[in-house]
Design a protein. Structure first.
Length: 65
């Protein structure tokens, strides 16, 4: 069966990504809220009895705020 994985959270990137919450008022240094969804499809060519391998069929990333 195919799998849908949905992830959401906050991220800091760029110069402010030092592991410390940003103190700057600059918009580019603030935490960003994101949502990401992956559609994973099984490999149909795998041998019977072998471990199932999944491949990313689609990937959607959106910054919410």
């Amino acid at each position: 069966p195919s799998l849908l994985v949905v992830v959401s959270g906050t991220v800091v990137h760029g110069k402010a990504a030092t592991g410390v919450l940003p103190q700057s008022k600059n918009v580019d240094d603030q935490l960003r809220i994101f949502s990401q969804a992956f559609m994973l499809a099984p490999d149909t060519d795998s041998a019977p009895g072998a471990a199932v391998k999944y491949y990313v069929l689609s990937d959607d990333l959106r910054f919410v705020g």
